[in-house]
Write a protein that binds this ligand. Sequence first.
Ligand SMILES: [Zn+2]
Length: 301
Amino acid sequence: MTSFTVGQARVTRIEEVLERGFRPDFLFPGFDPDLFARHPILAGANFYDAASGSLMSSIQSWLIRIGGKTILVDTCSGNGKARALPLFQRFHMLDLPYLDNLARAGVAPEDVDIVFITHLHVDHVGWNTRWDGSRWIPTFPNARYVFGLAEFEHWTTGEGPKLFPENVAVIEDSVMPIVSAGLASFVEPGDELAPGLTVVAAPGHTLNQLNLVYESTSGGFVCSADVFHQPIQIYAPQINSRFCEDQDAARATRARLLRYLADTGSLLMPIHFGPPHAGFVRREAEGYRFEPAIPLASAAA
Ligand SMILES: [Zn+2]
């Protein structure tokens, strides 16, 4: 189990899956394979499976324990969800021990106070709900599920379904039951979830994606969601995934976050990086490099 202490917070990675994902030239149209030669860390086994030519892809939540609160950031893909579409095969009718992994971190579903959702894509909202035999019910019954109103409207009355029709069923089985149960709570950039833990705008991947930034006198972190899918984008920040809705905004958000991370030394906590799943952004002559973080020893985690 991967954990870090940052300021007053203890953060722990809750794994849904770590597996071979997309090929780099599919995920990143126009991908330049020379990047692997120029930056050998990117071609290492933690981030790339050379045998299959696929990027290593994690799907995970970040559990944040701070000031007596238990906060879960993004909820992966979920079990038992029908995703029988070519692009979504990877998420179809999963049966993965996500809740067991949460239990190993000492947390039962009832213990979660806040579920923070960065954006409403298939691999970020799945465990919002679970199947109880007759319907989809909230997995975390005592939680306030927090997400952006603009993101919600994007998928209900806005352009989302047109841009990404595959994701419509996801809204129906993993978001609407939360709203119906009265557990949804909308936030805006600038809102604070706990002292020093602030919602910020991170538009581009989706038009209204949110990040979570923690700042304290003894360190900070950024839950960056899909501003970065892979460490490749730290070395080549102009590269967007094929799933980014507003390509220019995605680049601008990435550039801003890279500057912030290099200036502050805050821990980058993305959702899809291979081991150790988090790290630091350092400046170097021609741009930035990724420095993987060293997790707490598992006995102490
Ligand atoms: Zn994602």
